[in-house]
Design a protein around this ligand. Sequence first.
Ligand SMILES: [Zn+2]
Length: 102
Amino acid sequence: MHSRIPKAGENDMTLLAWLVTGTFFGAIASSIARQKGRGEIRWFLAGLFFLLLSLVVFFLPAVPRAGVTKVCPECAEVVKTAARVCRFCGREIARGQSAEVV
Ligand SMILES: [Zn+2]
């Protein structure tokens, strides 16, 4: 006679499904966070624990980060360091130039 006690593997499968889903959202959230100059590991963990909720990072403004992003001297939006033209206002930006330098 088999009782209806959950098999040993069932909880493991739930954990595995959660880990796979969490890693998936963590990867998305951390890649968006990287583009915005935000903490990748923090947002990966947010994806792992909060899943879909972590994608709120998509709506957060970018933050300047040395070597990755800089602030446009014209419109003060955050753009990539390698950018030559601001994607927000279309102004040409010399490499390395930023609001802090000016
Ligand atoms: Zn600009």
